[in-house]
Ligand binder design. Structure first.
Ligand SMILES: *Cc1c(COP(=O)(O)O)cnc(C)c1O
Length: 395
């Protein structure tokens, strides 16, 4: 079947099918895989009664995260959104500040800015990473920003621009070095939303090491899962301490007294979730190996297909390929939904990009730069099944 514009939808569907198991009627976009010590560690929590806010697995999970990412400190949280909320607070974002957020991201990134009483200011992405475009941002800030008293102000709104939250879309790292330069020039704090990029590297160093703070998510659809969960990463000991304090109701340690020194949050990760997280992290290297294998198979299947391409990692990156993305050429901007319809009808779960943040009712009035690249990609990108079990050697 070809669309009016000449896009061969069925050819694309067949090529995707060629990579996937033949004996399944439905293939999900991303399924968790439970192997290894998952059952044993969770059972131990049940057997001993240590299921909730105290127990050894939270500490162990945090240590394992720090070790794997190379970031000095990790603080586990109840989910990735909570981690983002606290991370943005930790870099000093307050009521009435502006925070730069790429318009193509999961809703949590923009919501977390609002939880701090601040205003998201939407910025464009680049096609090769689907993440924040540091070069376009630099020339935009040259135009609209000024430094006064060591702080960055938006000349148009008069508000302070305090932070930028790049997001490593589908596990593909943003071009971080030039972004760090922009942040230094304009005195803007960098917070990496690394929810999708556990196991992804920028210039051989794990994502999450560039920002003052970074966040992870362990939701059921992420590379590894704790059921629900997240983490705050930082190389700064004081920030790590404050992150722990704020996420554990700001309780002052004491043998019996309920003393709290500020308004804190009950954002800590329960021990039973951390137990599952420890077991899942043990399997992370093999999960990533299989995800990269699956990505390679998709890339091979589409090597000779015109009008579409499979997203590949940039030369500066090693991606975990959390979700594989198929990108239609520009001339097929109107054809995305035909392809989504055909794939979903044939049991291959596929999804478009998130609706751009600036198109949502609660964010429509927020400041924004020219968002042409995001708007075009929004009409051309779809995600295709990417669970690590699909990368097994034996499918
Ligand atoms: C998954 C995700 C989060 C956090 O989600 P939670 O479900 O709260 O753990 C944040 N940002 C992005 C980009 C995500 O993909």
């Amino acid at each position: 079947m070809k669309t009016q514009n000449g896009l061969d939808v069925q050819l694309i569907v067949e090529n995707i099918k060629g990579v996937l198991p033949k004996d399944k009627e439905f293939i999900a976009l991303h399924e968790p895989v439970f192997k290894g010590n998952d059952w044993e560690y969770v059972k131990e929590c049940l057997d001993t009664g240590w299921v909730s806010s105290v127990g050894k697995y939270v500490d162990r999970f945090e240590e394992m995260l720090a070790e794997f990412t190379g970031v000095r400190y990790a603080v586990a949280t109840v989910n990735g959104t909570a981690a983002l909320h606290i991370a943005i607070k930790l870099v000093g974002v307050e009521q009435g500040d502006e925070v730069l957020v790429q318009t193509i991201t999961f809703i949590a990134t923009a919501n977390a800015v609002m939880y701090c009483g601040a205003i998201p200011h939407f910025i464009d992405i680049e096609e090769r990473t689907l993440g924040t475009d540091p070069f376009k941002l630099a020339s935009y800030l040259d135009e609209i920003a000024e430094i006064r008293g060591g702080h960055c102000f938006n000349k148009v709104t008069g508000r302070r621009i305090k932070a930028v939250v790049p997001m490593h879309t589908f596990g593909h790292p943003v071009d971080l070095d030039p972004l760090v330069e922009v942040c230094e020039k304009f005195k803007i704090a960098l917070v990496e939303d690394a929810a999708e990029s556990l196991g992804s590297y920028y210039k051989r160093k794990h994502t999450g090491n560039w920002g003052k703070v970074a966040t992870l998510s362990f939701n059921g659809n992420k590379v590894v899962t704790t059921g629900g969960g997240g983490a705050i990463l930082t190389n700064d000991a004081d920030i790590a301490k404050l992150a722990k304090h704020l996420t554990t109701t700001a309780k002052v340690p004491h043998a019996w007294e309920y003393a709290h020194d500020q308004v804190g949050y009950n954002y800590r990760l329960p021990n039973i979730n951390a137990a599952l997280g420890c077991a899942q992290l043990e399997q992370l290297p093999s999960v990533i190996e299989r995800k990269r294998e699956l990505a390679k198979r998709y890339q091979q299947a589409f090597q000779k297909i015109k009008s579409v391409s499979i997203m590949v990692e940039s030369e500066f990156a090693k991606s975990n390929y959390w979700l594989n993305a198929l990108i239609l050429d520009r001339e097929y901007e109107g054809e995305r939904d035909h392809l989504l319809q055909a794939l979903n009808n044939q049991g291959i779960m596929s999804r478009p990009l998130w609706n751009p943040m600036h198109s949502l009712p609660m964010y429509a009035q927020c400041p924004k730069m020219n968002l042409d690249v995001a708007e075009s990609l929004n009409k051309r990108v779809i995600n295709i099944p990417s669970g690590s079990q699909l990368g097994d050697i034996y499918v």
